[in-house]
Design a protein around this ligand. Structure first.
Ligand code: SAM
Length: 279
């Protein structure tokens, strides 16, 4: 085991099969595991037959616990950080610990795995070439509306986390502030009742209003008109990139797709057409 290393280890967001071989191996090898909730993580560790010294690391003890964890690292020990579910530091504790470790030139190694935002986006059918993950919106309506106004014109898909009891209020504010866009609620990802509720903001609000939404949810919102209108037209982007003369058609198509918000195959076909026309 590499010494004096802080491993940031993703754990499942529901289905235990989503842990990686590498995560299990490293959790079994480190000197210390720092967990957001030790009782919660013990269930996961027991399931995989991992028995290692465990300490807690959560929002309210991070100053004091962070120092103890850093001390272990300074002594050359290896530490794994895990949260209750998914990737640590993503709307979960860990950011300050990583900053402090980086500042002391301690090696920080990510062990990738489940993340609800990325899982939801990947199956959403909304643009994936650019997206903004904005975490949890504020819980108060006034602040939430200001926050939504601030992200309204960003290009790409907007990805939010939300508590189920605030879902309807937040969806209502999304329709109010962002307008009638395509919205998706990804619920209980990787669990038995996994569900994608898709439609316009109003359709999703209507579906969600039918009953009580239980479990965990990710909200995804399609980019708005302003963001779409601001994107440079495909042909213009292609001509600009081709004029440089340094890129292959494949690379030009890749970049043009990102800039103008079209699929790579569409950009590639258009690039070939332009090249062959000799314009
Ligand atoms: N670090 C985690 C990650 O990588 O996704 C996120 C932790 S954050 C405290 C918890 C929020 O993530 C939930 O309120 C919900 O918005 C989202 N979430 C986590 N697991 C989920 C799941 N299985 N299905 C849908 N959303 C989930």
């Amino acid at each position: 085991m590499t010494v004096a290393t802080l491993y940031i280890i993703a754990t499942p967001i529901g289905n235990l099969e989503d842990i990686t071989y590498r995560a299990v191996r490293i959790l079994g090898e480190v000197d210390l595991i720092a967990a957001e909730d030790t009782r919660h993580s013990l269930k996961l560790l027991n399931h995989f037959g991992i028995s290692k010294p465990l300490t807690s690391y959560f929002d309210h003890n991070q100053q004091f616990k962070g120092e103890r964890i850093l001390n272990a690292l300074r002594q050359g020990k290896s530490v794994a950080l895990i949260s209750d579910a998914g990737t640590p530091c993503i709307s979960d504790p860990g950011y300050q610990l990583v900053c402090d470790a980086v500042a002391e030139q301690i090696k920080v190694v990510p062990v990738p795995g489940a993340c609800a935002a990325v899982a939801a986006l990947s199956a959403s059918g909304l643009p994936t070439d650019a997206f903004t993950f904005a975490g949890f919106p504020p819980s108060r309506q006034g602040k939430r509306r200001t926050f939504l106004a601030g992200v309204s014109d960003l290009p790409g898909t907007l990805v939010l986390y939300e508590a189920p009891h605030r879902l309807l209020d937040t969806l209502t504010d999304i329709r109010e502030v962002l307008g009638e866009r395509r919205v998706i609620v990804a619920r209980e990802l990787s669990k038995i009742y996994e569900e994608f509720i898709r439609g316009t903001a109003s359709e999703v609000i209507s579906a969600v209003s039918q009953g009580i939404v239980r479990g965990e949810v990710v909200i995804l919102v399609a980019p708005g008109e302003a963001a779409l209108q601001e994107t440079e037209p495909l042909e213009q982007v292609l001509r600009r990139l081709m004029a440089g003369g340094a890129l292959s058609i494949k690379d030009i198509a890749k970049q043009a797709a990102i800039i103008s918000g079209v699929s790579r195959s569409e950009a590639y076909a258009e690039a070939l057409k332009l090249k062959n026309s000799g314009d």
